[in-house]
Each structure stands twice: as structure tokens, then as C-alpha cells.
Design a protein around this ligand. Structure first.
Ligand code: PLP
Ligand code: COI
Length: 355
């Protein structure tokens, strides 16, 4: 059994901390001083290391580059008012990491090892956790195949790595989204539920087309006939309809978001009726026309809770009520932030404290 005390730490002698402008944190462009790296070889995980952030050298034939055997996770660490450093629900990411690994025919990682590896990196780079409201350290664990072989088969060697980025908001304003009726992100029997790199690669062209039409994001629909709402490209989607919190039930075409689960738990606690079911496009359009849809928003780790301002469908644009008046989503965001920053009790034990 692997012990995280086996992690070798090589600290940088050239920290970039002082030259980093924490008042301007574009998402995913600024990396902390260190990264975590481990190798999978001969059927086991080994060589656990924290090293200065930097380039790696590979064969151009590694299978991740050719056949996309690669997936990732995303979670955040916060510095609380009393100085405690916490990660938000990391064991949920560990669980989903292994679901993605299984579907992509890649090795699993013991959940404790996943969490402890990340905790060790966050501990080393804890000065990189920003403290301004809405900021955090975004953590990107990922795995990719490293066999030098052009045959199509599962690799026998892999790397597990973790990067960390101080971040602010992923979306800077309420979104104008398009309900997609031509392209699909995933299909039944596919791997939409996995955080596989290929899911994101396939979404880029449709997203670019939507951008040309003036939309910020796509609401994906089912791959069979585009009649049911699934999710956004980087977040799950929720609606407040007639006072109920309505969200598509998860299935193998949808990523089972941890933020989604968190918001549903809060809604249940607050006694707000929750409806997890198939949500048809027709129902949403009807609700937008007759004013029953009071709020629409995306929920995700990077996205936190992002309001949707308008929804386009086949040439028509439907405006939602002003997000500034949104009751549920602003309450949920405020509560979540209070829990994460240690300003409200963490009654569901979502924060994992790093000692
Ligand atoms: N759906 C997709 C496609 C995503 O990339 C994400 C982001 O991780 C989510 C949903 C939301 O998941 P989570 O709340 O676990 O971050
Ligand atoms: C996350 O929220 O962690 C995501 O994975 C979204 C991302 C693709 C930026």
C-alpha cells in the first residue's frame, strides 16, 4: 500500500509568488510554483513527487496524444478567515476520478492517495491561495496514457499529475446560452459521465459556432433527438420553475456534478421542492414564454453558480428575469461561499481541512 509520506518534495528556488498579480486572476493561466506527479508502471503507482511547475518531455508517440486516453478533475481550495486551508469535498472528486478511469480503461487511484497527493501539493503552495471574495485555488488533477505505441489498445503506463491555479470567476457575467439542436456532446452508451478530455475536444467546434452567433455557451441536449436538456459545456444546469428547483437527472450522457449535488442538498435542507428528472426543451421554452421559469443557472466548480440571462432556440431569444432579482441562486451562492470561507457552519462536513 502506498503511503503519502513517500512523496518526495523538491522545492523551487525561484518562486514566482512575489511577481504574481493577485488582483487580476484570469482562470487557468497562472500556475502555482509546484506540481504533483506520479507514474503508473508494472501495475502499480510509484514515484510520487512534488516538483517545481514546468515542462515535461515525452515521446511524440504516447497514446494520450493519439487516442485521447486522458481525463481530469477539478476542485478548489480556500483559505478561511481564521487561516485554515480547506478543500471542498475532495473525496467526491476521488470517486468520480475512478469512474472516469474505469470508463477510459485507465488505472484507478486509491481515494486516500488521490486526496493526500492533492493535500500535499496545496500544503506546499498554500501561499498561492488567494483570499479576496470569490477567489480560490483551482486544483486540476489529471491522468494520461504514456505508452510509446501506435496500436489502438489501452496503455500500460500512465502519469497522474496535479496542477494548481489561483483563480477568480470563470464566467464574468450572466450567460447568453443556446439550446443546441444539431451537435451532441455525448450519447447513450458513450462517456459523457466521465471527465474525459475528448468530451471537451468534441464540444469546441459547436461552441465556436455558437460564439459566432453571439452566444457564450451551449446548453447540450440529448444526442438522440435534441428534445431533452442535459447540461452546459462546463457546468450542470438548473431552473427555478413555479418555485421548484428543476434539474436534469444524471445519466451516462451527463457529468454528475459535485456542485449540483451540493446545491440539491442545500435546497432539500431549505425545504425547497427539488425535481430531478428528464427536462424537455419544450417545457423550458413554454416556461420561458409564460414566465414560469424564474431562474436558470449553471453550477460547477469553476463556474460556481452562474446566472443565465437569456436562452436562444432555433433563432428565437428568450430573456430571463433580471439575474439581480434571482432569489434561489443568489441565496445558494452566498451560503456556499460562507461555508467555504468558514463564515457559516459546515454542517454537511464538506470542507476537508489540510493540517
Ligand atoms: N458538467 C461538465 C461538462 C463540467 O465540465 C463540469 C465541471 O466540472 C460540471 C458539469 C460541474 O461539475 P462539478 O460541480 O463537479 O465541478
Ligand atoms: C470544473 O469546473 O472543474 C471544470 O472542469 C470546468 C472546466 C472545463 C474549466
Amino acid at each position: 500500500m502506498i503511503d503519502t509520506s513517500d512523496i518526495k518534495i523538491k522545492r523551487t528556488s525561484n518562486s514566482r509568488l512575489q511577481e504574481t498579480d493577485f488582483s487580476d486572476l484570469p482562470f487557468g493561466k497562472i500556475f502555482s510554483d509546484h506540481m504533483f506527479i506520479a507514474d503508473y508502471e508494472d501495475g502499480e503507482w510509484k514515484n510520487f513527487q512534488i516538483v517545481p511547475y514546468g515542462d515535461l518531455t515525452f515521446s511524440p508517440a504516447i497514446s494520450a496524444l493519439h487516442y485521447g486516453q486522458a481525463f481530469f478533475e477539478g476542485l478548489k481550495a480556500y483559505k478561511q478567515e481564521n487561516g485554515d486551508v480547506v478543500m471542498f469535498r475532495p473525496y467526491k472528486n476521488a470517486e468520480r476520478f475512478n469512474k472516469s478511469a474505469e470508463r477510459m480503461c485507465m488505472p484507478s487511484l486509491p481515494e486516500d492517495l488521490f486526496v493526500q497527493s492533492i493535500a500535499a501539493l496545496v500544503e506546499v503552495d498554500k501561499d498561492w491561495i488567494p483570499t479576496a471574495p470569490q477567489t480560490s485555488l483551482y486544483i486540476r488533477p489529471f491522468m494520461f496514457a504514456t505508452d510509446e505505441y501506435l496500436g489502438v489498445q489501452p496503455s500500460t503506463t500512465y502519469k497522474f499529475m496535479v496542477l494548481a491555479c489561483p483563480v477568480g470567476a470563470y464566467f464574468s457575467k450572466p450567460l447568453k446560452v443556446k439550446i443546441e439542436t444539431k451537435y451532441s456532446r455525448s450519447s447513450e452508451g458513450g462517456f459523457g459521465f466521465a471527465k474525459a478530455a475528448g468530451n471537451y475536444a468534441g464540444s469546441l467546434y459547436p461552441a465556436q459556432q455558437a460564439l459566432k452567433e453571439g452566444f457564450d455557451q451551449i446548453i447540450w441536449t440529448d444526442g438522440r433527438d435534441h428534445s431533452y436538456i442535459e447540461e452546459l459545456g462546463a457546468a450542470n444546469v438548473m431552473f427555478i420553475i413555479d418555485g421548484k428547483l428543476v434539474t436534469p437527472s444524471t445519466r451516462d450522457t451527463i457529468l454528475k456534478g459535485i456542485t449540483r449535488d451540493t446545491i440539491l442538498t442545500l435546497a432539500n435542507k431549505w425545504g425547497i421542492p427539488v425535481d430531478e428528472r428528464r427536462v424537455s426543451v419544450a417545457e423550458i421554452l413554454e416556461g420561458l414564454k409564460n414566465g414560469q421559469v424564474a431562474e436558470a443557472f449553471g453550477v460547477g466548480t469553476a463556474a460556481t453558480i452562474t446566472s443565465i440571462a437569456s436562452i436562444g432556440y432555433e433563432g428565437e431569444l428568450y430573456e430571463l428575469p433580471d439575474p439581480a432579482t434571482a432569489g434561489f441562486s443568489s441565496r445558494a451562492l452566498k451560503t456556499l461561499n460562507e461555508i467555504r470561507y468558514g463564515q457559516a457552519p459546515d454542517e454537511f462536513e464538506w470542507n476537508y481541512k489540510i493540517d
